[in-house]
Write a protein that binds this ligand. Structure first.
Ligand code: 3HC
Length: 699
């Protein structure tokens, strides 16, 4: 038997223990080990029943995701699950930690299930672009009813043991020692003559899932899971469960699972699963680096961004001192925070008492002296170097030794900011994305002198406030904005070339972006981009560059906040504005920009390949540690759909050679200034390699 499985008989009950750290994934060795253990159980006269349990911190967390790109090794997971069910001796699954995906499917193959109260269960395959393909789409509806099963599989949500008990997914909660409790329960079941309950033989409760329900469900899904492939496949599996006999429906599940597994969506989403975990690993800052204590935080600036940042800490129970230049600004800021929390109360996401508790964690001040005790100070003032320098000079005077001094700059040179202090090793960038209390991304910017433990602390803080932290280096715009600028630049140029903004936005939206580039600019404010362009000190001299941003900003059309930008607004509804295209034509004429017929394909190429080309430079310069880090940034901070995998994974799936050829094509049209292929892109194109392979080789 595999060394990952232990088999022991205790008083007539066989205990089959899976021991495959860190999360007991169902690897080939574990599957084979389970198979062998079940054979042994069948032949073992000393065992009347069995308990399936796991060693370490969790029950089985699912199939082994690292095996999905390799040839399948027998026995397959569905076969193992079926073998559990077919056992002639009663088998009880004993769950602690998490039973996820193939883990819960294995448990549902067992005849009875118990769990400790703290256990969690779910079928999160949808997050990997998959469906529960080891009989889960057929078993969960039989235990929990069609509707509940569908909701769990489509959301990928994890539920606690109590909810699982109420839903009929488990039969018993075990307080105290799980192993002893499960053995005792198995004996009780035997003694009471409980039948061997095979889930596949149960009927499905479909009372609340008729044809009308599915029609409405699919309609909602088209909106909520726009563009994703797997959710629709899951719905088909549940429909098969309701309409077809078990075996036939299982064949449907297998076929649809294989389609999901082979899809680019699943490749992309699996890539992100590992990329998000890898992003937390910093090569020269080992996991053992002790983080500094962060028990209270100060935020300088109570505007929309500062308030949003403060809310993250308050939500994690960390007290925040909020500083503004004057009392009126402070009150405005606090009012906005209170309003945001009130909305949460109205929506039932928060209780009124919690709102007051949250507000009580905020200490407003206009006095820098009140920052003296803060462990972490985050500056969120106007994006202007001189102002930031003044703030850091002041912070250096008032903050205690060992305090971490962070800037929320989205583009500026952190080293210049750090140089204003006598402790540049304590200075770091923490770049939040708007709306700061919602967006998951936190770009953590490492300055030339930032200390390792300051980086470790910032990464730990990100996790504590439920953000995805990604470490980046210093350059104008860091990783995200630096790569976003070419995307914006091309959208802007296309407007001059005669492509209406709503068309570019629609093409980007259909590709999967949460919003098109023009809509994003209107939302953020065109003036923000205008100022950023002016702050970019070594910006190449090009009068065409983001010309429309300048013209519209100078006209006072700043976007949604002024009721007009690239679009005009009726409430929050964007309306195409023919006046804008008139201005674009006039500007194009003045600048000698030709009017062009541009295909949808070209729109995507110019938006994304320009971004990818910049990404290749960012990687070669070491501003991002790995291509996966860039991908994590774009799916968590820029509304790129997870099923594209992020810009660099997308590039690898298209092929760097094809991207490079397209970049050359645009270089021939527009010249070298913006379209010279990055040396790394050329190198990969020549070698027929990929960003991922390049990154692996450098490890
Ligand atoms: N396969 C392979 N490796 C896995 C894995 C899996 N299913 N789940 C986690 N790991 C690895 C992680 O990559 C990580 O590796 P690293 O230390 O080298 O970075 C390590 O295990 C620990 O994982 P986390 O850092 O995520 O640890 P946490 O304690 O934060 O979270 C967890 C634990 C909740 C189990 C989380 O890892 C998780 O959500 N795992 C994935 C669960 C999942 O999606 N299961 C479904 C798989 S698909 C499937 O079962 C298909 C079937 O239906 C046919």
């Amino acid at each position: 038997m595999s060394d990952k499985i232990h088999y022991q008989v205790e008083d007539g009950i066989a205990v089959i223990t899976i021991d495959n750290p860190p999360v007991n994934a169902m690897s080939a060795a574990v599957r084979q080990g389970c198979w062998d253990a079940l054979e042994r159980l069948a032949a073992d006269a000393s065992a009347r029943a069995a308990v399936l349990i796991c060693a370490g911190r969790t029950f089985i967390a699912g199939a082994d995701i690292t095996e999905f790109d390799k040839p399948v090794v027998d026995p397959w997971l569905p076969e193992v699950v079926e073998k559990f069910e077919a056992a002639e001796k009663l088998v009880v699954a004993a769950i602690h930690g998490a039973a996820l995906g193939g883990g819960l499917e294995t448990a549902m193959g067992c005849h009875y299930r118990c769990a400790v109260p703290g256990a969690r269960m779910g079928l999160p395959e949808v997050h990997l672009g998959l469906l529960p393909g080891a009989t889960g789409t057929q078993r969960l509806p039989r235990l929990a009813g069609a509707r509940k099963a569908l909701d769990l599989m489509i959301s990928g949500r994890q539920i606690n043991a109590k909810e699982a008990l109420e839903a009929g997914i488990i039969e018993k909660l075990i307080d105290g020692d799980l192993r002893a409790g499960a053995i005792a329960w198995a004996r009780e079941l035997l003694d009471s003559g409980a039948p061997i309950k095979r889930v596949s033989q149960l009927d499905i409760d479909a009372s609340d899932a008729d044809t009308a329900f599915f029609a409405e469900y699919e309609q909602n899904l088209a909106r909520k899971a726009r563009g994703f492939f797997a959710p629709g496949q899951i719905v088909k599996c549940v429909q098969a469960a309701l309409r077809e006999p078990y075996r036939e429906a299982l064949a449907t599940e297998r076929r649809l699972f294989n389609e999901c597994k082979a899809s680019t969506h699943s490749q992309a989403q699996r890539h992100l699963f590992f990329a998000e975990r890898e992003a937390a690993k910093i090569p020269d800052v080992p996991k053992t680096t002790p983080a500094r204590e962060v028990n209270n935080v100060a935020v300088i600036g109570a505007g929309t961004m500062g308030g949003g940042i403060a809310m993250n800490f308050v939500n994690a129970g960390i007290p925040v001192t909020l500083l503004e230049v004057d009392q009126a600004g402070l009150e405005r800021g606090l009012g906005v925070i209170r309003k945001n929390y009130s909305i949460a109360v109205d929506k039932g996401r928060m209780r009124a008492a919690q709102l007051e508790q949250a507000m009580a964690l905020l200490s407003p001040t206009t006095d820098y002296a009140d920052l003296a005790a803060a462990d972490l100070v985050i500056e969120v003032v106007f994006e202007n170097m001189d102002i930031k320098k003044q703030v850091f000079t002041r912070l250096d005077e008032v903050c205690k030794a060992g305090a971490i001094l962070a800037s929320n700059t989205s583009s500026l040179d952190l080293n210049q900011i750090a140089a204003m202090t006598k402790r540049p090793e304590d200075v770091i960038g923490m770049h939040f994305f708007a709306p700061a209390n919602i967006m998951k991304l936190l770009e953590i910017v490492r300055g030339e002198h930032t200390a390792g433990d300051v980086i470790a602390t910032a990464m730990a803080v990100a996790k504590r406030i439920r953000k995805v932290g990604v470490l980046v280096g210093v350059c104008f715009g860091f990783v995200g904005n630096r790569m976003f600028f070419p995307y914006i630049r091309e959208a802007q140029l296309m407007m001059l070339e005669g492509v209406p903004p709503q068309r570019v936005d629609q093409v980007a939206f259909d590709w999967g972006m949460a919003m098109g580039p023009h809509a994003v600019m209107d939302l953020s404010g065109l003036d923000i981009f205008y100022k950023l362009n002016n702050e970019w000190q070594d910006r190449p001299d090009d009068p065409v560059y983001c010309r429309m941003t300048s013209v519209l900003t100078e006209m006072g059309r700043l976007g949604q906040k002024t009721g007009a930008g690239t679009y005009r607004y009726e409430g929050r509804k964007a309306m195409p504005d023919s006046q804008v295209m008139d201005i674009a034509r006039r500007e194009a004429q003045a600048l000698g920009v030709k009017q062009l017929e541009i295909s949808d394909e070209e729109i995507i190429e110019r938006l994304l390949y320009s971004m990818i080309n910049e990404g290749a430079r960012v990687l070669a310069e070491g501003i991002a540690i790995r291509p996966g880090d860039i991908d994590v940034i774009f799916v968590n901070g820029y509304g790129m759909p997870r099923y594209r995998g992020g810009p660099m994974k997308y590039a690898d799936m298209i092929g760097p050679d094809k991207i490079c050829a397209a970049v050359e094509k645009y270089r021939a049209r527009y010249g070298d200034l913006w379209w010279t292929p990055a040396p790394l892109l050329e190198q990969l194109a020549r070698a027929g390699s990929s960003f991922q392979a390049w990154s692996e080789q450098r490890k």
